[in-house]
Structure formats: structure tokens, C-alpha cells
Design a protein around this ligand. Sequence first.
Ligand code: GLA
Length: 385
Amino acid sequence: MIKSLKNTVEDTFIEKFNTKPIVVCSPGRINLIGEHTDYNMGFVLPAAIDKAMYMAIAKRNDDTINLFALDLNDSFSTTISNYTQSDKEWPNYMIGVVDELLKMGKKLGGFNAVFAGDVPLGAGLSSSAALECATVFALDNIFNLGLSQLQMAQIAQMAEREFVGVKCGIMDQFASVFGKKNHVIKLDCRSLAYEYVPFNLAGIKIVLFDSMVKHSLASSEYNVRSQQCQQGVVLIQQKYPEVNTLRDATIQMVDECLSQGDIKIYNRCKFVVEEITRLQAACQYLTAGNLAAFGQQMYQTHQGLSQLYEVSCPELDFIASCAQQETDILGARMMGGGFGGCIIALVNEHATTQIIERIKNAYHTQLGKQMKVYEVNIENGTRLV
Ligand code: GLA
């Protein structure tokens, strides 16, 4: 029998540190619709999935932090009193959380941690948020910090923004912490009010086509997109001072205030405002059980992300267009920050195997590339296991 990830991190921890740890599981996420809307205070529709980070962790009696990334066979050590950003990327997601907690005045001591996961890295499934959320949840537990779920999501987000340097919204960390089996989360990123919408769709599979293009541009271009949206807001404010974010803007305002200026700013803002409206329509279709109409909204999102927001790439566009030709795919689009990663598709279960074969083959014969495919289920959020 293959050892579970929980047992693997637990056993490795005991071998290395000779004490028994607690184990935390924190999932990756999908997002059905509502992309690049979170940092514009719009809505998103994510869910946690059955691919997760597992972290074994226990307190130490001194102020040393020992981290071990099992999948990378790489370790990192520092101290609570004297840590800095690391050149290696992965420790920053964890130390960033420590940094945020200390800035809040929380009392922490040293700890040992071992983690491993099956969230593919750089595939747009938020492996980084999963690692941040596992860390904050684990530290809350071992040091009795008394954090609420919302605080955990916010601390994890701040770690990413401040210590890692990606000026992300709250979606990924919120989904990882608040995930609920067979439900998507309709989150209002302005008020942080949220609602669980049932998503146990008989006969439909959620399939992720991983282009295997790693989103290396993602962090720099991501921050550029966020700035472009803010520039748009400043211009709209000259006429409409009540507009604080793109959530408050209408498409008429965007046309009126931005269409004569920088085309990029216009396109970015147009996409975001349309996407916020699109999500509302999509949610109504979902509640009405009209998945065909829901899927059409997903295709429109892809087109907008590709042409207006310009965060797609030829590989993702190719897979999306293959998907669109399949009558048994209800909807598909690129997911997450962009520049690589996955296409998410809703596929009629009976046709899943054949469709996956066809799209894989087309990707190989026409682009000369290999893809990976994951069928995922919607799971609960960050928890002790
Ligand atoms: C990344 C960010 C999220 C969100 C998406 C795009 O995943 O971490 O906050 O902005 O991109 O929707």
C-alpha cells in the first residue's frame, strides 16, 4: 500500500526530530469564475480541492526554526529573533507567516516542521497559499494563538504580499482555509461576506488540463496588472469620486473615462468590470442548475483574460479552444494568476476519458508538448488530520 502523505510527513518528522508532531492538511484551490477580481474588491467563486499540503510540526524549547521540504529534499533553518528573506523561494511562504504573527505581537517560540504535498507546483492551484495556510493553522495550534479562520486567511495573504512580494488578493488563502466539501464559496472580497453554494454535480467532473507552462512571469506581471487597475481607478475618480475600486465602477464609467486613454488600462479595467458582472450571472445560472449557461460564462472569462487582461499564453489558448470544440465540455477557461498553469473544465463524466485522450493528443501533435491532467473533487479546508 502507498503510504499516505500524512503518514509520510509524520514518519519523517519522527525520524528527524524524535518527537511526535501534530499534522495539518491545507488544500490547494480551484476557482470556477471571477478571476483577477479579488484585489479589485469584486467577487470570486473558488473551492478547496483534494490536493493538499501536509505539515508535521511541533514546538521546540529554544527559538530555532527548522524546516524540511520533503518533496524537494531541502532544509532551512533560522531563528525567531533573527530571520530574513531566503534566496530559496519556499521558506519565505512559512517565514512570512512567522513575520506577520510577530508583527501582530503574537508570542512564538522555535519549532520543527516537515511538509510535503500533492498540489502541483506552479500550476495555478495555489500550492503557495496551501503552504502559508498550513503554517498559520499549525502555529495557531501549537502556540495557542486563538486566531479566527478569517485572521488565518488574512495573515497568510499578508505573508504572500509582504514577505514573498506578490501583491495578491485574498481568494487563494480564503479558499484554502474556508473550503467546504462539495461547495464553492461565493466570496465578496470587499465585505468578506461569503456564502457556500452547493456544487455536487451528478454526472459532471472537474478536470484540470495542466499546460505544464510554469508561470514564471506571474509575480512581476501580476503586480503590473494590479497597478494598471489602480491607475484606471484614479482616472475614473476624477469624474466619479465615489469610485474607490473597480468594484464600484460600471462599464459606462470605464468607457467614458478610459476609452480615449491608454488602451492597456482601458482593457484591463473593462475586463475586471465585466468579470464581476459575469460572476453574478454565472452564480444565478448555477443556482438554477443551468450548467450549460454557466459554462458559456467560463468561456467568456477565458476570452477576456486572454485578449483584454493578457494573462494567458498560446498553450492555454490552445487547450481552451480544444475544449470549446467538445460538446461534452460545458465550459472551460484558464485559472489563477495566468501565464501558464491549468485550464479548468466542467466535463460530462461519461465522456471524460475520451476527451482527455483527444486533448492530450492534440496538445502533443500540434504543439509538441506534454500536458498533465487532474480530476479533482471539492474538499474541506485547512484542518488537523
Ligand atoms: C492569484 C492570486 C489571487 C488572484 C488570482 C487571480 O492566484 O494569488 O489572489 O488574484 O491570482 O484571480
